[in-house]
Design a protein around this ligand. Structure first.
Ligand code: 3HC
Length: 293
């Protein structure tokens, strides 16, 4: 089966990155969000990120224009998916929202279309089960920032066929990513390790083991991570981390995955990291300033 047209649901951090790499690889893309302001913001981010490539002479002005020209911003879900060969969903990690969206997509997308979720932890099998095509349902987990990170985790649900896996592997390779195949489990492979590691850094901050900047420096230089765990927490979004931690506790029934109280308090305060301007660092000035806890 040949994929020509991809519908990306969600124009946020992950959705616009996915739309960007798909369009750059030559696919026609419809990028859908629920409000024009989200669509506009997603398009502006794609343009800004393509311009980075132009400045570094990785792409030409013509490639930039062609890539942008392949992306159509859409508000109506039916319109977005009606002639798609592949639907990639990157909407918020709220189980019922995902299930409702998949029911609607299943009604409107062509029968042959593959349905892929970019969920960071939610069960592929649970989402597949609300559609009439669980064999064509799969997890396609990208990493932030999508244009830079080299991996797609492919997650097989209970009914996902090898044919579906094959197509998604090909699409992932075409958009420039290497793939790993993971059987369904909460957090798949990467977040299973990443989320407890970040949480442990937050527990250490909560206990006064080190300052935010020292903990980040320790892990950056001591383990050669590109970003320290608290910078990475702000980058991923503290709301997302809290959501995944709570989901892990529910699914594994194991308290070792519990979220630190500090993380929960920060999310309640609206300090969800870079996107809100405040998290473990304060982003209101020229350079991020570490907060004290
Ligand atoms: N979009 C496009 N390109 C970007 C970008 C973006 N948002 N951010 C950075 N870049 C490009 C830069 O242009 C630069 O390109 P170059 O190599 O051609 O010069 C390159 O990436 C490196 O950027 P910088 O020099 O500005 O900065 P760094 O060297 O610090 O790299 C980083 C930035 C790539 C974000 C790096 O710090 C990094 O890899 N951090 C870790 C990111 C990570 O762990 N992501 C996974 C998060 S977990 C996740 O997404 C799963 C979810 O389910 C929770």
């Amino acid at each position: 089966m040949e994929i020509k047209k991809i519908a990306v649901l969600g124009a946020g951090q992950m959705g616009n990155g996915i739309a960007h790499v798909c369009a750059q690889a030559g696919y026609e893309v419809s990028m859908r969000d629920i409000d024009q302001k989200f669509v506009d913001k997603g398009m502006a981010t794609i343009k800004k990120n393509l311009e980075r490539g132009l400045k570094k002479e990785r792409i030409t002005q013509e490639e930039l224009d062609t890539t942008l020209g392949r992306i159509t911003g859409v508000l109506d879900l039916k319109e977005a998916v009606k002639d798609a060969d592949l639907v990639i969903e990157a909407i918020p990690e709220i189980v019922n929202l995902k299930l409702d969206t998949w029911r609607e997509v299943d009604e409107s997308a062509p029968e042959h279309a593959i349905l892929a979720s970019n969920t960071s932890s939610i069960s592929i099998t649970q989402m597949a089960a609300v559609t009439k095509r669980p064999e064509k349902f799969i997890g396609m987990h990208f990493f932030n920032p999508v244009p830079v990170m080299g991996l797609v985790e492919i997650i097989k649900g209970q009914a996902t066929t090898d044919d579906t896996v094959k197509v998604i592997k090909e699409v992932s390779h075409k958009v420039g990513k290497k793939t790993v195949l993971v059987n369904e489990a909460p957090g798949f492979a990467v977040n299973r390790l990443l989320v407890p590691a970040i949480n442990e850094a937050i527990f250490a901050i909560q206990e006064g083991v080190a300052t935010v900047e020292d903990m980040d420096l320790a892990i950056k230089l001591g383990l050669n991570w590109p970003m320290g765990p608290l910078t990475l927490a702000d980058f991923v979004g503290l709301d997302t981390l809290l959501y995944i931690s709570d989901y892990f506790v529910d699914e594994f029934k194991d308290g070792k995955y519990r979220a630190p109280a500090l993380l929960r308090k920060m999310v309640r305060a609206g300090w969800v990291g870079r996107k809100s301007g405040m998290g473990f660092y304060d982003y209101s000035g020229e350079t991020p300033e570490p907060n004290r806890f």
